[in-house]
Design a protein around this ligand. Structure first.
Ligand code: RTP
Ligand code: MG
Length: 267
């Protein structure tokens, strides 16, 4: 469990690497076939449960007014410094995580998901809460346009406040998706009951969280929710410091920052 304010480094948080190592060394060999198929089980998830405690729904939680998202700026180019950092096997990867209206409406669930992010050693680079306009939801989910669940998904996502995060980790995209569990809640409850969706999902639409599914969509989605955030600048200026630590966590702001800088660096 992360101690707020206590410096920590990613160097010491090698649980993901050790999971990979464990896979190679083969301790999964004895697991039944159905467990091997399920990444959450195979990854040897720690069991976790909703813990009642101080909630994030009280003081300090700010709902921003409805506001349009930026027009999907897609940064299709990359300076050479950023490209070389991204090629490094040690580089932190970014992903966009959303907590959907069904979970934001319940302060204990919201806090439990936040704690899950911290206990899995993600760095919270940015966090904000907002109400989404229907047009923004339609644009965000345009890849699903025409599918039977599209309309209810769009309406649901615009129905209440959501929380958006930029998360960093060496394997942020896959780790967050594994933590979320399968899209369909009925399946999640069976194959990954300790996952976020397995624990808190209500229906296939109200399934608690969203996560980017690739590096390309992570960049596009981060730019949509955090238009002032420059991924390139973050990789050049903040990533090396966050990766090497020491890093602090601000319970008030809900974000991590490089120790000694006193808070958020440049966006
Ligand atoms: P997400 O995009 O939210 O991280 O979820 P995902 O990749 O696991 O699932 P995706 O196929 O991208 O679907 C996006 C969201 O659409 C809703 N959905 N409902 N069968 C259904 O009723 C259904 N299928 C998808 C879910 O809210 C899903 O998260
Ligand atoms: Mg998806």
């Amino acid at each position: 469990m992360h101690v707020p304010g206590k410096p920590t480094t990613l160097q010491g948080n090698s649980h993901l690497a050790s999971r990979r190592g464990a896979t190679r060394r083969g301790p999964r060999a004895g697991l039944p076939r159905e467990r091997l198929k399920d990444p959450a089980r195979a990854a040897g998830y720690p069991a976790w449960r909703l813990v009642a405690g101080p909630c994030a729904g009280g003081q300090g939680r700010v709902f921003l007014p409805r506001e349009p998202l930026a027009a999907w700026p897609w940064n299709g180019w990359m300076r050479s410094e950023m490209a070389s950092i991204l090629r490094s096997p040690q580089a932190l990867q970014l992903t966009l995580a959303l907590i959907k209206p069904d979970a934001v409406a319940h302060p204990l669930i919201l806090e439990a998901v936040h704690q899950q992010i911290l206990s899995n050693k993600f760095l919270i680079v940015r966090m904000r809460e907002l109400l989404w306009r229907k047009e923004d939801c339609q644009r965000f989910y345009r890849e699903h346009e025409g599918r039977f669940f599209y309309q209810r998904l769009v309406e649901f996502m615009a129905s209440g406040p959501i929380r958006a995060y930029i998360l960093a980790h060496k394997d942020a995209i896959q780790l967050w998706r594994t933590l979320m569990g399968p899209t369909r809640v009925f399946r999640a409850r069976h194959v990954a009951p300790d996952s976020i969706r397995g624990s808190f999902g209500l229906t296939d639409t109200r399934n608690t969280t969203h996560g980017s599914d690739s590096v390309v969509s992570a960049s596009r989605e981060i730019a949509a929710f955090f238009p002032d955030f420059s991924e390139q600048r973050w990789y050049e200026e903040e990533e090396p410091q966050l990766r090497c630590g020491p890093v602090c966590y601000s319970p008030e702001g809900g974000v991590h920052y490089v120790a000694g800088t006193g808070g958020l660096g440049p966006a």
